[in-house]
Each structure stands twice: as C-alpha cells, then as structure tokens.
Design a protein around this ligand. Sequence first.
Ligand code: USQ
Length: 492
Amino acid sequence: MTESGCHNAGQTCWSCPAVEFKGHVDFRACGQAAFRKAAQGQLVVECQRRPEIGYFDPNSITFESCSEWQETPDGYLLKDMRVLILGMDGYLGWPMALKLAKQGCRVLGIDNLMRRELVAERGADSITPIGSMAERVAAAREKLGVEIEFREMDLLDRPALAALLEEFQPESIVQFAEIPSAPYSMADVERAVNTVQNNVVGTLGLLFAVRDHAPDASIIKLGTMGEYGSPLTGRPLFEGLFPGDAVLQYQGQEWSLGGELTPRDPVSFYHVSKVQGTFSVYEACKYWWLRSYDVMQGVIYGNSSAELDLDPSLNTRFDIDEWWGTVVNRFVAQAVIGMPLTIYGSGSQKRGYITLRDAMQCITRLIAAPPEPGQYDVVNQVTDVFSVREIAQMVATIAREFDLEVEVQRIENPRVESEEHPYEVIHEKLADRFGFESESAFADEVRHLFRVLLQPEVKARILKQRDTLFPKTKWSGEHGDLEVLETWKPAA
Ligand code: USQ
C-alpha cells in the first residue's frame, strides 16, 4: 500500500515518459507489454530529467518516491509535464487545456479551427459565446494565471506535425483532433469522406510522427462506445480486450478469444472511423512499442468544470444543432425554448453517458498513469447508462424546477440503430485502477445547464438557431421530412 493512496503512486520508471530504455531486447518481437516481465534484469534506464543518476533498474523508483512526480488531486503528475492537445479549440480540447495547465502541465495545443466552420455551415453556432483562440489563451492567463500555447495547424499537415513533435517533445499527447459527429458523417459522401480523411488519416499520420519524433510520449486516443455497437445477444461490452477465459463455441469446438480485440459493430461512418483509429493505435503499439490508452467514450454532456465555471470568457463551445449537439445538451436547449424534446424512434435505445467534468477527470488520471512501452489498453469511459426516454423524462422533471412545462415528441428515427437491445457496459477500470470518482451527477449537471441556458442572451442565441434543432439527416440517404409519431407531456 502506498503512502499517498494515489492511483499511480506505485508506478515505476517502466511507465515514465522521461526515461530512456537501454538494453538489447527487441521489444517489437512480442507486441505485448506483459513481455517486459521476462525482460527484467536485462534492462536499465536513464532518466532524461535526472541524468546524474546514471543507469538504473526501472523498477527501483516509483512515482511516489521520484522528485519529478508531484501529487495533485488526480494523482502524481510529472512536473511541468509537456502535454500536446490535438484539437484544442473543441468542446473537450479547451476544458482539457485549462485543467491540465491549472495542474501545472506545460500545455501546447493545435487546431485547424475546422469545427467552427463546420458548425457555421449548418447555420449554427456555439450557444455560449466563445472567443478566438488568442482571446481564450489571454483569458486563461488573466483568470487562471496559466500560460497555454496555441498554434493554428492541421493534423494532416505531416511535415508541420513532425517539426512540432521534434521541437516540443511531448510526454503526453491527447488526440481530440477528430470530427465527432455521427449525423454529419452520414449526411453525404463529401462529409463521410471528410470524416474518414480527417480522423483515420490524421491518427495514422500522428502515429508515424510519434514513432519518429517522440516515441516515449503516451497517447491518449479518444475512441467511442459506439465502436462496440449494441450487440443483440447481450454480450457485455468489455473494456477492450476479452478476458483471458472468454470462450466461444462453434460446431462443437471451443474457441478462446483471450487477448483479441473486442469485436466492433459501429453505428455510423463516424464510428467506423473510430474503429479504424483503434486498430491503427493497437498496431502501432505492437510494431513500434508506442504506448496508448484508447478511451471508449460515452456521450458527453454539460458545460461545467472547476476552471470553466470561473468566468464566461473561459467558456467551452456548446452546440445544440442536429449534427453537433449531443442528446442531453439538445434536450435542455429544446426545453428552454419550449420546443418538444425530440426522441428518435421508440426512445428505448440505450447509451453510456458521462459529464464533461467527469470526462476531464478521467483523462487527466490516464495522463498521470502512462502505459508502459508497447502497452495498448482500453477504458470504457461512462458513468451511467440511460435510454433516450429516461433522459427526456429526467430533463422534463428538472425543467419544472425552473417553471418550464415540457412536451416530449417521438419522431421517426432518422438513424439506422437498434431501438430495443440489451446494453451491458463494463466500466470498472477507471474507478478500480485509476482512482476515478464521479464529481457530478446527472441532475446537478442538468440544473447547471438550465441556469446557463436560461440566461436571456444564451436563450436568444438558441432561438436564433431553432431551425437547426429538428433532425433532417436520414441514415438511409432518403430526403424529406421526418414524421412526428406522438407528442405528450411527461407526468410529474
Ligand atoms: N437521440 C435522440 N434525439 C436527439 C438526439 C439523439 O433520440 O435529439 C438519440 C440517438 O438516436 C442516439 C442517442 O440519442 O441513440 C445518442 O445520440 P447523440 O447524438 O447524443 O450521440 P451520438 O451520435 O451517439 O454521438 C455522441 C458524440 C460522439 C461520441 C458518441 C459516444 O457526438 O462524438 O463518440 O456520442 S457513443 O454514443 O457512446 O458512441
């Protein structure tokens, strides 16, 4: 048992991005970090931050005992840890930058600002005003006293990326630079191609650049729970790899699935792009001894964090239109302007959900506990599982506290998705291994959202983009209005 109780106190130089391995073992031969156990004794490391120690056994120093790792509320963090955030202008990228900078990390972010353009293309805009990146960086300096560096850059610009990695030498890389919308990816071929190009090619180029210029950096890759789909058999959604004893029967024979990637069944071309990302990262860890956590992210909602709440000049973007808004955020916005909440299909479809604040805590904890070289691991990042109907009911109930009478509407489902299905999500690792404890519950977060969205200037911005709220994008490729099937007022 460690003294501090931090989740990463007992981790050693095996996981530290600041050490260089010296030895003659060809890690690539095995493709599994577990192999390192066999390699113990043959290897020594050198610390790039403390070269005066000379060569030493990587097991001999823990994060808790190392002067370079300092205790924070989310575990030990490498002092001034150099963190590169890809996609810093986004819904997640900006709060991530603020939180990490506040914890003492040296944060550098890039973004091509594409999200702003794509939302504008839809005739929408963030309903909470956000400044330019220069203004946001200045606000972070003024309100939080932190220096965040931003460079406008496209992840697909590979020479620029290589130069950046060479220069900055990140110790952790957070890959958020992806187009995150399922409906956008299903709208037409150009948008599907844009999604695949941006997400798949962007991640692939990143992996090569990391191999060549920053191979010790840990990569936090944002995947999605939608990679798994919603298996009708009820097969649990394991966290990435099947447990060693998973066995399937086929024609009288047993087949062990131990160590294989959990099967994927994505639910849109956006989700397909995430599956490809998962395989690319997994392979890169195997071929090149890179290290990564692949985060199977549930639907995120909310707009609150310790840093964001300090001042509106620190706002993250908040979208509510059909393409860029997620369901809880959309329902609160609809309730605020008296528009019926749009349940797609039966509303029985279930997903895993998590607040923005909790998602940021989880990722910080992963950054603090880097994988070992060659280690690819998966976490399922959700706190609750709800059906869409349950969400509509809960939002309508909370709306009454704000004197809002809400109607709910069932409309023809624009998506091709199962509506009646089991949904057994295993989400244990973040709590068990990374010390994650949820800081925000659904009702509190939704109340906070109502308070923000009911502000007259925010409400006016929602009303201005009211036309973007009702869905139009059909997965089938057909055009035409979606039928309203049923409208009712939820009982108290
Ligand atoms: N839905 C409604 N009414 C609406 C909007 C959505 O019933 O007005 C339903 C959808 O049919 C779906 C569920 O709510 O079954 C969730 O939809 P969503 O738009 O909130 O989320 P989704 O398209 O699944 O994608 C979002 C993020 C994506 C992330 C994903 C996690 O946009 O970046 O990867 O959540 S997950 O869903 O677990 O794959």
